[in-house]
Design a protein around this ligand. Structure first.
Ligand code: IMP
Ligand code: MG
Length: 181
């Protein structure tokens, strides 16, 4: 990728359609509801990548729900993780004693989720589970990271759309795409 600005979406191919995303989210929501019957759940959105997934998932969950947001950066403007996450915005409310579901866009090397889990576990939630829209297990560096709910397992492609960005572009695409080479 040469330019830092993406001026058109014409070299993006659709990998997962918006219809497939929607029906998978319906399935995930019913799995989550089964696991948390009768419980109040606090769902935590990792900004900014998970924002569309988080809001579509939340609309399908019918149990009592609280929402909070955390913003971390792991990549900066690079496509490669540098292994260190920075918390730009921490949770607003305490999650001590709560059942928490951390909602992620994608798990790649596992660095971000591992550090987020330790960060949240320090607040002593009653339980902490992870739901990610996308998982790239072949890229894992941190061992033992196994999300509780996965939308789609994908191969080692750089993907964008539906919240995921390429240098802050393309988050608004309603599908998940990849760059045509
Ligand atoms: P990890 O720490 O390597 O697991 O990377 C997780 C974060 O990197 C995700 O939350 C995304 O923000 C970003 N990321 C990883 N792979 C992709 C991709 O294919 N497209 C866009 N962002 C990605
Ligand atoms: Mg992310």
């Amino acid at each position: 990728m040469q330019s830092t600005k993406l001026t058109s979406n014409e070299n993006i191919t659709i990998m997962i359609t918006k219809e497939d995303i929607e029906s998978r989210i319906t399935q995930l929501a019913s799995e989550i509801e089964k696991d948390f019957t009768g419980e109040t759940l606090t769902i935590v959105c990792t900004l900014r990548g998970a924002v569309l997934f988080f809001s579509d998932l939340a609309k399908k969950l019918t149990m009592p729900l609280k929402m909070d947001f955390i913003e971390v950066a792991s990549y900066g403007d690079s496509e490669v993780s540098n292994g260190i996450i920075k918390i730009h915005k921490d949770l607003t409310n305490s999650i001590s004693g709560e059942d928490v579901l951390l909602v992620e866009d994608i798990i790649d090397t596992g660095t971000t989720i591992a550090q987020l889990q330790s960060h949240l576990n320090r607040q002593n939630p009653r339980s902490l589970k992870v739901c990610t829209l996308l998982d790239k297990p072949s890229r894992r560096i941190v061992k033992g990271i196994q999300p509780d709910y996965v939308g789609f397992e994908i191969e080692d492609y750089f993907v964008l759309g539906y919240g995921l960005d390429y240098k802050q572009h393309c988050r608004n695409l309603p599908f998940i795409g990849k760059m045509k080479l």
